[in-house]
Write a protein of this length. Structure first.
Lengths: 328, 249
């Protein structure tokens, strides 16, 4: 029974992922839009582990998103690695190692100083991408020509098939992350979020737990970066920018930190609003101003993001009307 | 051999000498009380014992091993737990989850990458949670969010968090601070049952608690030790009476 109940959320997610392109279609978007949202949702799963579960605010996650994307893309474009899965895995691994190195230095500080260090490191990565490594990364032109996914002879060549591939990877990433946050390891992370002083006094090595959380988040960012190349066929240098790091934080916060689905909701809201607003003639070039105002309203209105707000509302609604809840 | 020993610990904060060459020797399964007026350096001394502060000079020994620079996490892992004067709980977690965190540290060590493990399988940790919640009388409140507890319940949870690390030495920084007389009585009764299994060092202002529990009493004033002895010796000590007790005893 407990096992059956534990499968409800993954099943619901599976149904959602199958229906998502159609839902996006009803709302006037294409399958590309759905794929882009899933990539950001996967990127955001790592950010949620870091911010929503451990309390670490990093402004440098774009560094790992770009690293994973460019490593996987480069390997595939130049046919150095034949397998899509292997290229994604190497990109993810390189991003994780980068996360381990950056984290081991940045996590020696806490709070604002930690955030500033992550920002500084991501600027370093941006510079590396644009100048010393431009022969490899294409500099400001980016990397074109990333081939579509191919796994065990199965070609994911159309956009729909590419969406399916990304959805499968997202689903695995989601299930794995659910497992991580429910583990004893995940419990210690939540304790660090709630009261790091007490967590250390209880006998937990807070620095090492944070470092592993940071590394996992970097791995998720790297994997998401690799997927972006697969459906876009092109890796833009702005994957490395502060703007990208900031966007994923905003998606996390408006979607709902500590909920896992929050970043997916946040990404949907972000991408929709930016597309819809740009197409309204009266708003036109002011779309970013309006987007900013909407976010201010969302963040002040929902203290725990949209997902947190909905779950609070449901809990209160259940408490007020216990009658319609079916007995078990 | 004493279980816990401090050798002439000194702590300076800039020009201020908070603790000035204080030594302490704690035998196993005894209760030692640290008393003294506000600002005597009791809490600073405690924080050095627990590894929260590094002393400016002097050393701390546990079972004959020097633990001075180990830091709070490793000191906790060795078996020294401290309850905080200002309650340090996990406000957003439930009461049972609160106790589970130190219990996981006791059963898993300072770090373990069991990211795919199941919490329900940590039987030893759950057994500790059950035991300490029963000890402090919070079993009924296990599902409550820690933030929603009353002040007295929070102080008991604070004690439970220290107990759940399964310590050999329990450092208690004013466990009865701000409690009503009845709540204080519960704490004293609890410490009376705990003392059979754990060595206790306690900082306390309530003299009834101190004289009722302590085998030995150490008196601090302005960062220095001015007296040490049994309850009756301390009561009779003229210097202590002048400095602190003010004719109460």
């Amino acid at each position: 029974m407990a096992r059956a109940r534990g499968a409800i959320v993954p099943l619901a997610m599976l149904v959602f992922l199958v229906a998502f392109p159609t839902l996006v279609g009803f709302a006037g978007g294409g399958v590309t839009l759905a794929a882009r949202i899933l990539v950001l949702g996967l990127f955001g799963l790592g950010v949620d582990l870091l911010f929503g579960f451990t309390g670490l605010l990093s402004f440098g996650q774009a560094a790992f998103y770009g690293t994973g994307g460019f490593v996987a893309g480069y390997l595939l474009i130049h046919h150095i690695v034949p397998s899509t899965i292997l290229a994604l895995a190497i990109g993810m691994l390189v991003a994780a190692v980068a996360g381990l190195v950056v984290g081991s230095l940045a996590l020696r500080q806490v709070g604002v100083y930690f955030a500033m260090l992550t920002l500084a490191f991501s600027q370093l990565f941006y510079f590396l991408d644009n100048s010393p490594l431009r022969e490899l990364t294409g500099g400001e032109n980016g990397l074109p020509g990333v081939p579509r996914a191919e796994v065990f002879g199965i070609h994911f060549s159309s956009l729909q098939e590419t969406y399916a591939f990304i959805a499968i990877v997202y689903f695995i990433g989601f299930v794995v992350m659910r497992r991580i946050v429910a583990s004893p390891f995940g419990h210690v992370l939540r304790a660090i979020l709630d009261n790091p002083i007490r967590a250390a006094a209880a006998g937990h090595d807070v620095y090492r737990y944070k470092l592993v959380a940071f590394t996992i988040a970097a791995a998720y960012a790297g994997l998401a970066g690799g997927l972006l190349g697969l459906f876009q066929g092109y890796l833009p240098p702005d994957m490395f920018t502060i703007d990208q790091s900031g966007q994923i934080i905003v998606m996390e916060v408006i979607g709902g930190p500590g909920t896992l689905v929050g970043p997916l909701i946040g990404a949907t809201v972000w991408i929709y609003l930016s597309q819809v607003l740009q197409n309204i003639g009266a708003i036109g070039s002011l779309w970013k101003l309006v987007l900013g105002l909407v976010f201010v309203l969302l963040i002040t209105g929902f203290r725990r993001g949209i997902a947190g707000g909905v779950s609070t509302f449901l809990q209160q609604w259940q408490r007020r009307e216990p009658a319609p809840v079916p007995s078990e | 051999m004493p279980l816990l020993e401090a050798r002439s610990l000194t702590k300076r904060f800039g020009g201020l000498v908070a603790v000035d060459g204080v030594s302490l020797s704690v035998e196993p399964l005894t209760v030692t009380a640290l008393i003294g007026p506000n600002g005597a350096g009791k809490t600073t001394f405690f924080r050095m014992l627990a590894g929260e502060f590094e002393p400016t000079s002097g050393d701390v020994y546990f079972k004959g091993e020097r633990i001075t620079q180990l830091g709070v996490t490793r000191v906790a892992q060795l078996g020294i737990a401290k309850s905080f004067q200002v309650t340090q709980i996990f406000p957003k977690l439930s009461v049972a989850e609160n106790a589970l965190i130190p219990a996981l540290a006791a059963t898993r060590g300072p770090f373990k990458l069991d990211a795919f493990g199941a919490v329900s399988r940590s039987r030893d940790a759950h057994a500790i949670v059950e035991r300490v919640l029963t000890q402090v009388g919070l079993s009924e409140r296990r599902a409550a969010r820690a933030d929603d507890l009353s002040y007295g319940e929070k102080r008991r949870l604070e004690l439970a968090l220290a107990l759940a690390t399964e310590p050999e030495v329990l450092l208690l920084d004013e466990p009865s601070a701000g409690m009503s007389p009845e709540e204080t009585r519960t704490i004293v009764d609890l410490l009376g049952t705990l003392r059979a299994g754990v060595t206790i060092v306690i900082v306390e202002h309530d003299m009834d608690v101190v004289f009722g529990l302590a085998d030995r009493i150490v008196v601090l004033q302005d960062g220095r030790q001015i007296a040490e002895g049994t309850a009756s010796e301390i009561r009779a000590n003229k210097r202590v009476q002048d400095a602190y007790l003010g004719g109460v005893a």
